[in-house]
Design a protein around this ligand. Sequence first.
Ligand code: ZN
Length: 700
Amino acid sequence: MSDKTTTNPLLRMAGIPAFDAIKPEHVGPAVDTVLADAEKELTRLETLTAASSAKVLTWEDLLAPLDEMDYRIEWVWNTVGHLLAVKNSPELRAAYETSQPKIVGVGLKISQSLPIFRALKAIKNDAVQWAKLTEAQQRIITKKIQYTELAGVGLEGAAKDRFNAIEQELSKLSTTFSNNILDDTKAFAMVLTTKEDVRGLPDHALQLASQAFNQAKKSEDPASTPTTGPWKFSLDAPSYIPFLEFSERRDLREKMYRAYISRASQGTTDNTAHMHRIIALRAEKSRLLGFKNFASLSLSTKMAPGIEAVYKLLSELKDPSLKAGNKEMEALTSFARDKGCKDQLTDWDVPYWAERMKEDLFDFKEEDLIPFFPMPVVLDGLFALCRKIFGFTVKAADGQAPVWDQSVRYFTIHDDAGKEIAAFFLDPYSRPENKRGGAWMNVCLDRRETKSGLVHPIAYLICNGTPPVGNKPSLMSFDQVRTLFHEFGHGLQHMMTNVRFREAAGINNVEWDAVELPSQFMENWVFHGPTLQSLTSHVDSKAKLPQHYVDKLIAARTYRAGWASLRQLQFGFIDLELHDRFDPQGKETAFDVYQRVASTTGVLPPRAENKFLCSFSHIFAGGYAAGYFSYKWAEVLSADAFSAFEEAGLDNESALRETGHRFRDTVLALGGGKHPMEVFKAFRGREPSTKALLRHSGLI
Ligand code: ZN
């Protein structure tokens, strides 16, 4: 190594990155070095597989060096990606953009190497070698083979050419599909000019609409103000949703709704043909890879054991949801009638009246609760809960690790005996100038065994809370508290893992319909009255959150749960049908499928003109194809897991501890080293049941 690279902190490739020393100019040289090393190593391994064609390679020969190679690339690239999200700068972005294609290129070379693929299959097919491996090791190899096969690496000749052509076309189609939605969404505008037109709309909606008008106006037009208009409304969610929920003008709500359900369904931005072509190509690709259809291909990488199991789960949820949804509709109708509404409620009325009824039932503003949730109190409550149920202790360890911003905190986690087993960074506050919005958990270091010992897992927990003002601590909204618990749940699975192999430790290698189990599980605790109160202490009076607020927060969770559940079920069913039974060359169109499914999964009959499928980007331009059900699947798992704690008794300390330890030793500890169905059964003693979710949502 040259002097230039030895002083490059991104090339240390071990331990916590030196965030205080890493500069954008380190990125390029570090990436080039680590990728050059990886290519050399890949060549060595490919040569090794050729030279040893007569003998099956061992884990130490092949998998350990492959893992070391991946680890080094990830250490560098994850660190850069992390800094891009929390300490963005034009220089860093430029460095990232220059290096990214190189990372992708080498990554593909490694994951699609034919000699490595064959060597992995040889290990799997050799009974003696295979038996020597642990379950986690076997799963790592099996998944590597599977993903390589799904990338078409095992295909030859004409089949391979056709596969590659399909992939190319699909990638173009999905870009066109989402561009059409964007363009068509942008093309629609409803400009309102009189106070009468904007009756009922709250200030924040008017501000946004006024701003939107000013951004789009011609120079000769007069400027808008939030109080005098003109106001421009669009089909973007932040504009569309408040309009449907608050506008008192039924005719304008109808206009907006009709525009929304016909996005990208006509003219130059029509997605109809693209959608049918995508479905046909996916089916063809699946057959080339040996699957019956695309749904089977998608399910081959998921926790759900098969299509029938998914239909069964969705169907079990359907009837109770439909029943509840119909009841909710009755209640809403009579509420609207009491308030003087004479119309038969339809699609563009439901959001409006549901919002009025919500205000009536839960008459508090979220702002009123914020002073009860100082961040230090919330954190103490969360850590105390973890000690109570999981038996580990969280200690503040600020100063023991370098940070990327002075407000970032560092915590260590200790087992019963006081031994440090994991750690995490908490980046709590929003910094719009250089930090991405939202909240997330990311990996800093994976748990792994090295020659010099075991490396502890370390997580990044990122929130976007309000920074402290004056001498008052940061105050959180209830939603932010819930989000913190969600992300901490992901963090727990990362940090509590006991898997020794990095690629199956924590959340690595976990099937994606199972990955939201620990996170959604943790959210349940903020709806447990005593736990919720333990997270509160009014910033001035130090009072706990009053019981009537606790009751309302808990009740609001199930408000219109039937309606919400039906929406997800409908999308899940449609997605599955289109990728399972539907034949794009057959008599039915995708719209017919929509009509058929929606007529049995909705409270209101579907409108004949509904072209929502043309903007269903989750499945036509995102990663949810034949996977939309995962939302419900994961909810069933997390609710059922939480119900084990309810059965033990949420106020029974010793029973809670026992259940908590079992959860820690199974769901949190086994990571991707065991099939998630086996992990779930090890915790729950049986397969998942939909009962708990139905009960938590107030549907039974
Ligand atoms: Zn999540």
